[in-house]
Every structure is written in C-alpha cells, then in structure tokens.
Write a protein that binds this ligand. Sequence first.
Ligand code: VGL
Ligand code: ZN
Length: 193
Amino acid sequence: MPYSPRTALVVVDVQNDFADPSGSLAVHGGPEVVAAANAEVRAATTAGAAVFYTQDWHPADTPHFAKDGGTWPVHCVRDTWGAQLHPELQVVGEVVRKGENGEDGYSGFSMRDPGSGEVVPTRLPALLRDAGVEELVVVGLATDYCVRATALEGRQQGWPVTVRWSAVAAVDVEPGDGERTREDLVAAGVVIA
Ligand code: VGL
Ligand code: ZN
C-alpha cells in the first residue's frame, strides 16, 4: 500500500533487547527488521506520512517477567540499554512508551493494570486521531506479540491496517507462531503486504 499524508507508519518496539542479537529477548531476524523498518520510514516520510514509534518500557519488577510470576525474561527495563530504540533506527516522530507503571500487555494502543485489571489507553490512539490519520502501516517486533496486538487493536478501533511482512519478525515461542499470527491478522481484516 502506498503511503499518503493520511497514513501513519507505526514502528513497534525496535529496541535493543529484541533487535540486537545480544538482547535478552533477541528475535531471530531482528537486525534485518531494523533495516526494513528504516526503508519504511523513508518511504513514509517521502510521502508525507507521520511516523510513530512504540517502546516497551518496564519497571525492574513487573508481573510481565517470569521472575515475578509472568512469562518473559527480564527485558526493556526502563533507562537501560535493552530498552533503548536500536541505535540504527531512524527516529523521525513521536515515541510512545508502554508499561511505564508496570502495566502488562502488548498492544501499542492500550495496557492492563496488573492490580486492578483495568485497561488504559497509551498516548497512541489520541496522537493518531489528532494527526487526522486514516490508515495505518505496522512494522517492527515482535510479529506474534506486540505487532499482532497493535495491528489487531488498530483494526478494532476502526483503522484500515497493513502489516509489512518483510519488516516484522516473530519470537516463535512455539514454532509456527509467526505464521499463525499471519492467519489471525488476515481473519481480522488486516492486510499483509
Ligand atoms: C514483546 C514480549 C514481551 C513485543 C514485548 O514487543 O512483542 N514481546 N514484551
Ligand atoms: Zn515486554
């Protein structure tokens, strides 16, 4: 899908812990996603599209982490190297942090308070609405978690969504999770390009 001034590119979690091979939750294919995301950033800005970035930004202790009863190795702890956007990523727009207060969740649009269970929005939906965005392109990491949740919630909130498949990569906790994600996205009306 071509970019236009009414399109927003959403670059999901291209952070050292996911994108760098020495990151604590390194995704196979992460470094290639940095380059592919940069190509999308160039195409978007050339066409006058806005670019937004999400950043997983966890406290040192959070039920998101296995050591605290959750799922994941410690990653993207705020103010650490692992949480920084990859140094080669072209950053030309607003960065939206998620999980700052220990919230759990994967979508760039919302987070769940682990205490109350309440789902609260991030800054992203308001930024997209204020910018008059009419369609979204999603790229980044990881296909089967934050890209998936962000694309699905963008759809649910009413935007046409395209995921650029060459600019995403999956964690694949179970082999095939990336491919299953593709089917789920298509079923939800997300365009895979
Ligand atoms: C992510 C696992 C845990 C992601 C974030 O960005 O896809 N995955 N936290
Ligand atoms: Zn996380």
